[in-house]
Design a protein around this ligand. Structure first.
Ligand code: SAH
Length: 256
């Protein structure tokens, strides 16, 4: 099924805190309806006059892949946007920075020696590229969010540093990386990786196979080390949802 031009944008996150505010906004659309498929709730309506479907995929690659497949098959989305948090791997990344995927990989795929490490068996590739136009729009939306919301909110208060926006490789796997040895091994195996999470690479694979444009935005919640469980939950409650909402708001408003 080819998506129609006015088909909805699918917006996915892994954890409820990441889409709470977007769902509140969507509930302001009186024609919004909820459709349940495969133990997921799909909220179908309009966000800032754009047809959208917002859903919680839950954590991990299988959860993300099945949710994307449902968005494509059942709802005919024209594009997919993923928003959430990730562990920082790149040297100049700090908690609160935004990483937009320039490419994605699944760091836990290893069918060697049958196929090279990280290559998806029988697909002949290990890296997936998001849609350049959506990615550029997401970069712009992130900069606009920081400039309009965070800069003005901190204008009279000294802050250590405003968040930076990075574009680069995001790696995904079914592991929460929270110790130094796992972090070091990941950085050694994939030196270019900027951030690690648990869904993006799976979404990228499904979108590649179905030829659906997609983009991925992640806010850095932890440094994928021993402090990750603590800094992660604080961050999730206080910052992640605000960033997701702010960036998606700018993204959708700009595409009107
Ligand atoms: N403690 C959490 C577990 C969340 S798993 C809970 O109880 O619910 C981590 C989620 O955040 C995943 O959706 C993943 O994509 C992202 N993430 C953030 N930091 C990560 C890290 N260091 N390693 C892997 N995934 C991370």
């Amino acid at each position: 099924m080819l998506p129609l031009p006015n088909a909805p944008l699918g917006i996915i996150a892994a954890m409820p805190e990441e889409i709470e505010q977007l769902l509140e906004q969507l509930h302001q659309d009186p024609s919004m309806e909820m459709v349940s498929v495969g133990q997921r709730n799909y909220y179908v309506g309009s966000l800032w006059q754009q047809p959208c479907i917002v859903t919680l995929a839950r954590i991990g690659k299988v959860a993300a892949a099945t949710t994307v497949a449902a968005l494509i098959h059942q709802f005919g989305v024209r594009a997919i946007l993923f928003t959430g948090v990730a562990g920082g791997l790149g040297a100049d990344l700090q908690i609160g920075d935004i990483v937009i995927a320039g490419s994605l990989m699944q760091h836990d795929v290893d069918a060697s020696p049958l196929f090279p490490r990280h290559q998806i068996p029988m697909l002949n590739r290990s890296c997936f590229a998001p849609c350049p136009l959506l990615t550029e729009a997401l970069m712009q939306a992130s900069h606009n969010f920081i400039a309009s919301t965070l800069e003005s909110a901190t204008a009279h208060t000294p802050v250590r540093r405003l968040p930076k926006v990075h574009l680069g490789l995001i790696v995904s796997g079914d592991q929460f990386i929270s110790d130094k040895s796992a972090r070091t091994a990941l950085r050694a195996a994939i030196p270019d990786a900027l951030a690690v999470e648990m869904e993006g690479g799976a979404i990228a694979q499904v979108c590649y196979e179905y030829d659906i444009p997609f983009a991925v935005m992640r806010t850095i919640s932890d440094a994928a080390d021993e402090d990750a469980p603590g800094s992660f939950s604080d961050f999730l409650n206080h910052v992640a949802g605000v960033y997701s909402y702010g960036v998606v708001h700018h993204f959708i408003r700009a595409s009107l």
